[in-house]
Ligand binder design. Sequence first.
Ligand SMILES: Nc1ncnc2c1ncn2[C@@H]1O[C@H](COP(=O)(O)OP(=O)(O)O)[C@@H](O)[C@H]1O
Ligand SMILES: [Mg+2]
Length: 383
Amino acid sequence: MKQSPFIYGNTVCSHSFTNREIEIKKLFDNLTGGINTMIISPRRWGKSSLVEKAVFEINKKEKTYKTLIIDLFSVSSEEEFLETFAREIIKASSTKWQDWLKSGKDFFKNLMPQIKIGIDPATDFSISFDWKELKIHSQEILNLPETIAQKKGIKIIICLDEFQNLSSFPDFENFEKKMRAVWQRQKMVTYCLYGSKRHMMTEIFNNPSKPFYRFGDLLMLPKIKEAKWVEFLCKSFKETGKSIKESDALLVTQLMRNHSWYVQQLAHYTWNLTQKIATKKEIEMALIELINANSPLYQKEIESLPSTQLNFLKAVVSGEKHFTSTSVMNKYKLGTPRNVSKNKITLVNNDLIQEIDHLFEFVDPAFELWFRKQFFHQSYLNI
Ligand SMILES: Nc1ncnc2c1ncn2[C@@H]1O[C@H](COP(=O)(O)OP(=O)(O)O)[C@@H](O)[C@H]1O
Ligand SMILES: [Mg+2]
């Protein structure tokens, strides 16, 4: 049997990738044109996939550029960040590991890196510094890409995923200033900084009193359009010897409200359950499977919420707009008006809900379906 054409859970590059032509072009032009670019969207809408795709295109077409992508998701201190940053830049600067070993001598003035290399240099290469020295000379690391680029006559593009993670470091404010001061002077290096925590990312990049304000072009990544999804679903079914009607592909897309990860997941389950032609029956079974697979997460999410926040979510799915009106506060037991406004901010900042055209909705479409069933006994295929 053929493999499913739908992929979720990982970034998608080649065959499972759809649309985003405009964003790829923009990112390509910006990054090769020396314009730093920041990308913000809720998680799993496709930032990492988009950046990978753009970088892939750059590598293919622009040989004078060295590119690197660093995921900061699990980086938990300034020291770890600086070491990771240095290691990845050195690795990207040359394809020969022998060059990496020489980098201490070639590129550092104040710091003395300890370089270790294992049997497989590609995966087993580490660089570390004396912590005290590193603290004093962190600028040398922050400027390392420019140093290398100048010496080698190349240009470097650095993509930092989940950038907002840095803001949890102690003393981030100072570090933030330092990064900005060093990076903005660099001529041969361009940055792409992106992340999922919208609230934190906006605070870093869109607050006029913060150092990274106007660091570059700020891109709010939209969802992939419905029509594009329908086209992609129909085509992918067809290419693998199955089929789905346009109206059913539309149903899959709408159920998951164009959410990249979920459309792929629901399409994948539907495809798996389909012998030849997908119908509503397969879609419904797939939806149940999808929600069951995710429900432990949803359950956990709910259990961690204070009751006034849970009640606020109930008011949201019921389509309420005026949360501080007495009748709404009483009906859903939302607490005091102060509770209401605080809870609203907390739920938005935690990316549980978002405001679109003055109406709140769940950020996670499958979580919403589960929630409606759980608390309002609504069936999944209600739309
Ligand atoms: N351009 C795309 N075309 C098709 N599916 C996509 C696309 N971008 C993202 N996806 C789907 O969404 C999932 C999450 O994408 P990812 O790039 O990891 O999002 P983010 O970095 O915003 O969290 C992918 O695993 C894939 O299923
Ligand atoms: Mg990502």
